[in-house]
Design a binder for this molecule. Sequence first.
Ligand code: ADP
Ligand code: MG
Length: 155
Amino acid sequence: MEKRIVTNSEQKTISLGHNFSRLLKKGDVLALRGDLAAGKTTLIKGICKGLGVTQDVESPTFTLINEYSGHLPVYHIDCYREHSIRGWIDIGIEEYLYSDGITFIEWASMIEELLPQDRIDINIEQNFDDQNWRGFTFTFPDSHSNSDQLARLSQ
Ligand code: ADP
Ligand code: MG
């Protein structure tokens, strides 16, 4: 199941993330792809709000992995600075990918071969004629119990 939603402000993206959070369940892994400043972290902020996280949500660019606590444990991984698959395995990324929490991965394409088959993909497009336009495409695996509800998602 796939759904594309366009937003035209940071606030609308936060609100989209908040609505989207209702579709998540424990163990979900979300692979986010999009260029610098596409809105990966902004969307994650909105989702985390919906998941009951009260801590500040920022890209773990240097720490690589942030852990938050919401209704479930939430893990926020950023692959921008560590490109080595071996390095990620040594850090213990598989414990996060196969956990009972919710795991976000920014720059997921850096660790393509480690991503679980049944992950949720989120691709973000930008438009250079309109600096506030963002296109979010959400793809759920058919195996996900809330896959059907994606059709009703709105911003
Ligand atoms: P990333 O994590 O992908 O690098 P961020 O979420 O940190 O991106 O930053 C997104 C930037 O784009 C912010 O400066 C934000 O204000 C800006 N922005 C403009 N329009 C939007 C929009 N529609 N949705 C999200 N962010 C937007
Ligand atoms: Mg980011």
